[in-house]
Design a protein around this ligand. Structure first.
Ligand code: FAD
Length: 361
């Protein structure tokens, strides 16, 4: 393949749900676009989900725009493999121009265009949609003495199944859905200790993704209309009581302790000096947005995010960021929730590019 410079109206970086949903709406405009993705196959971050991962909402609440996710054949909540299959078929159905594996190193502004530099050459475009998600930027907090710990350490981003932990003493750090689901699985084969900075928030058993999406939509509408809403707290970070987590509660393992004082070479030491032997730590401590390719544009704030209005960069007029979290649109880091942000980003791009072209004519 040639490494020469190519020109399109829009370069979309990332073919996870955010990139694909944006592509769905771009396809309905007359703009040319390409999707650049560094994975070898379809699926975005879902390719790296652990084997037993299940969505927290039924298929019809987990759909990309245009074509609903088929119902799960293995229970109410679709499995990781069902999500991967859906993504492959979705890409094929709309014949999206996905180039992979292509890694984007840097986006820069030059001569009135954005230049997206990749392992396969440069794409020149008037607009760039960054949809690179969070998975490739896992976050591990600093704990005193952690470098001395001689056991294994793994982030949930790389967790596959509980087998390597069989018969071991394992600490699971983090109180979100990843922490609860990995704890539920590992505790079946290992002795576990669950560490969370504050008490975990468990949603009622009958609350799943459906209710969370309804609440997110209600909050979004209220915000648009300048109303206040009185809804129970409950966000996407709170623990959904999917069947394996309920089962773990029945076994009495969903008991979290507050953080310890420091690591030792063989385990941890609590505030009161007691020690505990550990073979392994699994960090379920979340992710930060994967934005290093945008560094040359100098738009990244000290908190690792970019300043945006909805998903449009405030500092770089040709850049949209779609899907990273609530800061780029309510519920935009979810399958069903990203549609709103993707639709408005595509509409804004179409409008801005039409205005630019009219000015030049
Ligand atoms: P990604 O899926 O990460 O896609 C980004 C793509 O861009 C990837 O293919 C990546 O490899 C690629 N990329 C990154 N950097 C570059 C680069 N420099 N150059 C080229 N390509 C690049 N949401 C739900 O709706 N329901 C759920 O049940 C649910 N469960 C979840 C469970 C877990 C454990 C996790 C972690 C998340 C869950 N989510 C769920 C949240 C959310 O749906 C995912 O985080 C989702 O994958 C985010 O999609 P995305 O398109 O923004 O990013």
């Amino acid at each position: 393949r040639s490494l020469e410079e190519r020109t399109v109206d829009v370069a979309v970086i990332g073919a996870g749900q955010a990139g694909l949903a944006t592509a769905y709406f771009l396809r309905r405009t007359n703009l040319s676009f390409v999707i650049l993705d560094n994975q070898s196959e379809p699926g975005g971050a879902w390719r790296h989900g652990w084997k037993s991962l299940r969505l927290f909402s039924p298929a019809n609440w987990s759909s990309l725009p245009g074509w609903p996710m088929p119902a799960s054949s293995s229970g109410t909540y679709p499995s990781r493999d069902e999500v991967l299959d859906y993504f492959s078929r979705y890409e094929a159905r709309y014949q999206f121009p996905v180039m992979r594996p292509v890694t984007v190193h840097a986006v820069t502004r030059k001569d009135g265009y954005l230049h997206t530099a990749t392992t396969e050459g440069v794409w020149r475009s008037r607009a760039v949609v960054s949809a690179t998600g969070n998975w490739s930027n896992p976050y591990i907090p600093a704990y005193p003495g952690m470098d001395n710990f001689e056991g294994t350490q793994q982030h949930s981003a790389h967790y596959i199944d509980a087998e390597p932990y069989r018969g071991k003493n394992v600490a699971i750090v983090g109180g979100g859905n990843s922490g609860a689901q990995i704890l539920a699985e590992v505790s079946r084969v290992a002795k576990t200790l669950w560490i969370t900075p504050s008490p975990p928030v468990f949603l009622p058993d009958d609350v799943d993704g459906r209710v969370l999406f309804e609440r997110a939509t209600e909050r979004w509408l209220a915000q648009k209309e300048g109303r206040s809403v009185d809804l129970p707290v409950g966000g996407f970070g709170d623990i959904v009581m999917v069947p394996p987590v309920r089962e773990a509660r029945e076994r009495g393992v969903l008991v979290a302790k507050r953080p310890f004082a420091k690591f030792s070479s063989t385990g941890i030491e609590w505030e009161d000096g007691r020690t505990q032997q550990l073979d392994a730590v699994i960090w379920c401590t979340g992710f930060r947005p994967a934005l290093s390719h945008l560094a040359p544009l100098e738009i990244i704030a000290p908190d690792g995010r970019a300043l945006v209005t909805e998903s449009h960069s405030i500092k770089e007029p040709g850049l949209w960021l779609v899907g990273y979290g609530d800061w780029t649109g309510p519920a935009s880091a979810t399958l069903a929730g990203v549609m709103r942000a993707a639709r408005s980003a595509a509409a804004e791009i179409a409008q801005q590019l039409a205005t630019d072209i009219a000015k030049e004519a």
